[in-house]
Every structure is written in structure tokens, then in C-alpha cells.
Design a protein around this ligand. Structure first.
Ligand code: 13P
Length: 266
């Protein structure tokens, strides 16, 4: 059975003391759930202090980005090798990295490979823009993103990674997630189904059934049950709501309630 995974992507928010306070508040509100994995992705600067602060029975850490070379003359970058001891996950291919920082398909492929090489699980973000959806190109876009990103991986490696479906048009600006457009469950169902069928065709049924697929884009506690009801959705990559301890803790609690209702708690 795939474990529910909830990842809070704090993006470029919170300095070290604000981050520490948020972790403290989350710790008060989030219980130890054996069947739910809660991951925090703070800015790079705060990974180190938070690694000392977090209760590892409750939280794991993710980096929001890393560079694919292990070391070298790359001013300003941090490598996957440097993050090995610190994080379980790295977010790769977020639409903000693609759009704002010009990361292309090849760079994302190299980053996924570097993550796997360094035994860090990549959370590969894929998703279409509004224009691409309206032009009927969603599947083609996802196909190209998946094909290049997974290119160098074996079926066994693909089985262990995480794919986050984040339609670009559903991603909030960090403050308007309560009112922002969110994908409809049937749209998510169709896309998640496509992601798994692509993986099944190329890497086989074990990879397709092992891989975890998350939804991301204006996630709020209100939508947790209806999205987890979608076959093949294993959790959330949360942006704006992860900066609010009530909301993020509530997303975790709602996921736990959902799991209990399904009788899926061990
Ligand atoms: P929001 O939940 O703020 O839309 O952000 C989604 C996201 O980009 C997470 O990586």
C-alpha cells in the first residue's frame, strides 16, 4: 500500500526564526501518524537548523531545488551530494523553476538523475499551463515532461519516486490559495490516470503501482477528502496553506480521518 504523503513547499518565505516558530506550532498540532508522511520543504538556508529541531517521527525534510553537478564552479548553487545527509526529498521541476528560472526539460532530467544517484527521492513536478489545457495539449505536455525526466531511470528507481501533478493555472501566489482556481476532481483523475498509464507502458505495472502521485495547486483542508477519493492520488504538494499552521495541520488531520474512514490505518 502506498503511504499518504503531504509536502509543505514554503517557497521563498520565512527566515530562520520564523521557520523555527512554524515548526514548533506544527509540532503541537500534528500527531505521529505511522501511515502518513509529512514533509517540510523550507528555504535552503533553514534546512540545517530545522534538521536539528524537527521530531523525526513526525516530519521529514525536502529541499526545494538543487543543482545536478556534485561540485564545481557553479556560484550560488547547492548540490544533491551536499544535501544527502539532510533531506529525504528534493522538489524538481517546479513550474516556478521552469518559468522564472528557465529550467528546461534536459536540466530537469539531469536533476532527477542526480537526486536518484545521491539517494534522495525526487518529487518531480509536472503540469500544463492554462493555454496548453485550453489547446488540448495537456497529455502531450505531460508526456514530454515525464519522458525526458524519467529517461535515465530504471523501473525500480521510478517505482520509488514521487510525481506531483501541479497544473500551473491552479498554483496560487501564496496568499490567494483560498480563492484561487483549483483543479476539478475529474480533471485530476484523468491526469493522474494518464501519469500512471504512461509509467505502466514504459516501466511496467510494478513501477506504475509503486510510484506515488500527489496533487498540488491551491490545496486547502476543504478539498482533502474529495481529492484523496480520486483513485491514484496519494497526497498533496501544498504551497500557500503550508505556511499557515492551522491549515497545514488540518490537511494532515483530514488525511488521517479520510484514511480511518477507509479502514486503511494499520
Ligand atoms: P499553492 O498550494 O499555493 O497553490 O502552491 C502549490 C505549489 O506550487 C506547491 O509546490
Amino acid at each position: 500500500m502506498r503511504k499518504i504523503l503531504i509536502v509543505g513547499n514554503w517557497k521563498m518565505h520565512l527566515n530562520a526564526s520564523q521557520a523555527s516558530l512554524l515548526v514548533h506550532r506544527l509540532h503541537e498540532r500534528i500527531m505521529i501518524h505511522r501511515d502518513i508522511e509529512v514533509v517540510l520543504a523550507p528555504p535552503m538556508l533553514t534546512l540545517q537548523p530545522l534538521s536539528v529541531q524537527i521530531d523525526r517521527r513526525k516530519f521529514r525534510l525536502a529541499a526545494q531545488n538543487a543543482y545536478f553537478a556534485d561540485e564545481g564552479p557553479f556560484t550560488g548553487e547547492v548540490s544533491f551530494t551536499m544535501l544527502r545527509e539532510l533531506v529525504h526529498y528534493v522538489i524538481v521541476g517546479h513550474s516556478e523553476r521552469r518559468r522564472v528560472f528557465g529550467e528546461d526539460l534536459d536540466m530537469i532530467r539531469d536533476k532527477v538523475a542526480a537526486a536518484v544517484r545521491n539517494e534522495i527521492t525526487p518529487i518531480l513536478c509536472v503540469g500544463e499551463t492554462k493555454h496548453e489545457r485550453q489547446s488540448g495539449e495537456t497529455k502531450q505536455v505531460l508526456h514530454d515532461q515525464l519522458m525526458t525526466a524519467l529517461h535515465n531511470l530504471t523501473a525500480r528507481e521510478v517505482r520509488e519516486i514521487v510525481v506531483a501533478y501541479e497544473p500551473v493555472w491552479a498554483v496560487s501566489n501564496g496568499t490567494d490559495w483560498r480563492n484561487h482556481e483549483i483543479a476539478k476532481p475529474d480533471q485530476v483523475a484523468e491526469t493522474v490516470n494518464y501519469i500512471r498509464s504512461y509509467v505502466r507502458d514504459v516501466f511496467g505495472p510494478k513501477a506504475a503501482s509503486g510510484l506515488r502521485v500527489l496533487y498540488g495547486g491551491s490545496t486547502s483542508p476543504d478539498f482533502v477528502h474529495s481529492f484523496l477519493d480520486i483513485d491514484g492520488v496519494d497526497g498533496f504538494l501544498v504551497g500557500g496553506a503550508s505556511l499557515n499552521y492551522h491549515s497545514f495541520a488540518s490537511i494532515v488531520t483530514q488525511s488521517y480521518d479520510w484514511q480511518r474512514q477507509k479502514g486503511a490505518v494499520t
